[in-house]
Structures are given as C-alpha cells and as structure tokens.
Write a protein that binds this ligand. Structure first.
Ligand SMILES: Nc1ncnc2c1ncn2[C@@H]1O[C@H](COP(=O)(O)OP(=O)(O)O)[C@@H](O)[C@H]1O
Ligand SMILES: [Mg+2]
Length: 260
C-alpha cells in the first residue's frame, strides 16, 4: 500500500483535480485506491459519486477511539475507488486535535496503521492549502510520498521551494521515510509564450523532481467533476485524460525505481 499526499500551500494549483484524476487512472489500470479528503473545503468529496455514505467521518475517527478507519470508508460509484469524506466536519477534528496533549501529529498514522495493507494498492490524500495546519502535519506523518502540483505563475514557482523545505523538515522531525515524489505543472496553456518557456526550462530548474509530463489546460477537466466522475471515465480521449495517463505512468515508474 503506497501513500501519496498531493500538497501545495497555494490554492487552485490542481490538487483536488489531480487527486481524483490520478486515482481514476490508477483504478482504470486495475488498482484499488482510497482517496482521503483532508481538506475542510471537501472538494474531492463533492466531486465524486458516493454510493454508500458512512454516518461516521474522519472527525469522529479522530475524536473517538472506538471508531476505526473501516467505519468511515465510503464506496464510490466506481468499482475499486473508495473515499473517506472531508469537508466542514473536519473543522471539528481540527479543534479536537489542537486540544490533544499528546500524539496529535500521529493520529492519522495510527488510524491508517490499523488498515490491512492488502485492501488498497494506493491511498491518495487531498490536502488543504495551509501547510502549518495540524491536519496537513498529520498527513505528512502518515504518508510515504508528497506530490506537488504547480501552476505556471511566479508565485506557484516560488511556492514549491517552501513545500520542499516543509517535506525536509517533516522528514527530519516526524517521518524519516517521507519523500518528495516530484513536482508537475497543471493547467498549462501551450498557446502562451510564458507557459512554453516554462515547459522548456522547468526540467532543468528541478532536475531530480520535475516530471516530464505536464497537464494541459483542458475544458473537459472542468466538466468531469460536474458528472461526479474522474476524467478518464468521463472522457477517456481528451487531452486531459492523455496527460493524466502519462503522469500516472511516470509516477508509477518513479515509485518502482525508488523500491529498487
Ligand atoms: N488541466 C486543467 N485544465 C483546466 N482547468 C483546470 C485544470 N486543472 C485544474 N483546473 C481547474 O482549476 C481550478 C482549481 O483546481 P483544483 O484542483 O480545485 O485546485 P486546488 O485543489 O489545488 O485548490 C478548478 O476549477 C479546476 O477545474
Ligand atoms: Mg482542493
């Protein structure tokens, strides 16, 4: 079971979109995937069709030790894709975590450690934009990898430096196994000269971490959530599906190379 957090302290960089579409592509390839929505905005939760809603949620699991991770998993309409819902209820979890005297950073990890390792091939965490949030610290303690989506603008490009620092700090302080899986560009406008420049320069800016694949701007990417489906099920032929297919394969290759 491989755990990947999709994180960036900036909003609107394609975190939620990528969590859903990479998960969708993994499921299409026959993998079993659990999405954990750790964002109080709950966009991942509201962008996918859930068929049996658990009446317990992550906030309950965090605050009540009699509730296990199994009690809060929901099935989606797609076979092989499950989700733990996020959203406003996480605000309660946030408050409860803040109040804990001991172990507040390891709650999510302890919950996930109880999940049998053969149920899912992958767990993907959708994260909120605030890095210092106790919810995100819990994700950094629990995950194996962090994947960073960026938008091609000055602030986002500066933003990944902060992310990489945070990963380094988390590795030193709380999770020695944590690795940055890489950085990829989302919503790239191939018609824009700035974006074209970035496509050429980006790999040399971050030789070990930049993904070759970038996700092009594509209207289908915005339509898929309206149908509550990952892109590759909604429109397998569009450029967004091709890009997420290539990105997912590059991710799998990277993880395979790490394992050796
Ligand atoms: N490749 C893309 N093409 C077109 N729109 C995109 C693309 N990627 C993301 N978007 C849009 O950008 C907005 C922000 O994306 P989102 O995944 O919600 O970001 P985050 O979760 O980082 O805040 C959404 O409206 C989404 O539909
Ligand atoms: Mg989001």
């Amino acid at each position: 079971m491989i755990k990947i957090a999709i994180m960036n302290q900036k909003g609107g960089t394609g975190k939620t979109t990528s969590v859903i579409n990479i998960s969708g592509e993994l499921v299409r390839q026959g993998k079993k995937v659990l999405i954990i929505d750790m964002d109080t905005q709950g966009n991942a939760t509201s962008n996918i069709k859930i068929i049996n809603t658990s009446n317990k949620n992550m906030a309950d699991a965090i605050t009540d030790s009699s509730i296990t991770i199994n009690d809060i998993i929901c099935n989606t309409a797609i076979d092989g894709l499950d989700i733990i819902q996020g959203g406003t209820l996480l605000a309660n979890a946030f408050v409860a975590l803040q109040k804990m005297m001991m172990g507040k950073e390891t709650v999510l990890k302890r919950l996930l450690d109880k999940l049998p390792s053969d149920i899912y091939d992958f767990i993907l965490f959708d994260c909120s934009p605030s890095l210092e949030s106790i919810l995100n610290i819990n994700v950094l303690v629990a995950t194996d990898y962090v994947l960073i989506p960026i938008r091609v603008d000055k602030n986002s490009i500066e933003g990944y430096g902060t992310m990489l620092e945070t990963i380094k700090e988390a590795r030193e302080m709380v999770n020695p196994n944590l690795k940055a899986l890489g950085v990829f560009m989302t919503a790239v406008e191939v018609g824009s000269s700035l974006d074209r420049e970035m496509i050429t320069e980006f790999p040399s800016m971050l030789p070990d971490l930049a993904f070759k694949t970038y996700i092009r701007k594509n209207i289908e990417v915005r339509k898929a959530p309206l149908t509550l489906q990952p892109l590759c099920f909604y429109n397998p032929k569009c450029s967004g599906s091709q890009d997420y297919f290539n990105l997912t394969n590059e991710i799998l290759e990277r993880i395979k190379a790490e394992d050796k």
